[in-house]
Ligand binder design. Structure first.
Ligand SMILES: [Zn+2]
Length: 94
């Protein structure tokens, strides 16, 4: 299963090492290419926000977590397909 928190600190889209600004109960990681960013408030609400390029996906607790996770997974797949993300990164740099 896909790990939205990127425990390995590797961007799930481009494979770069992510900047990790996490503190005890808040996970905060950003890809330097801006493809993936996660802010996860583990305590007390298990609430997270993932930003893929400029679109954000939120989960406000256990009930919509699964749905949001699979949505994020689909988006990652989309950007990796035919290496679409490379064009997007170049576009952002212009
Ligand atoms: Zn990336």
């Amino acid at each position: 299963m896909f790990d939205i928190n990127c425990r390995d600190n590797i961007c799930p889209i481009c494979g770069s090492t992510m900047r990790d600004n996490s503190i005890i109960s808040i996970i905060n990681k950003t890809c330097k290419n801006e493809c993936y960013r996660v802010t996860n408030y583990i305590f007390p609400n298990d609430m997270y926000c993932v930003i893929i390029f400029n679109r954000s996906y939120h989960s406000f607790g256990k009930s919509d977590r699964e749905r949001t996770n699979s949505f994020i997974e689909k988006k990652i797949k989309y950007w990796k397909e035919n290496e679409r993300y490379i064009l997007k990164i170049l576009e952002l740099e212009l």
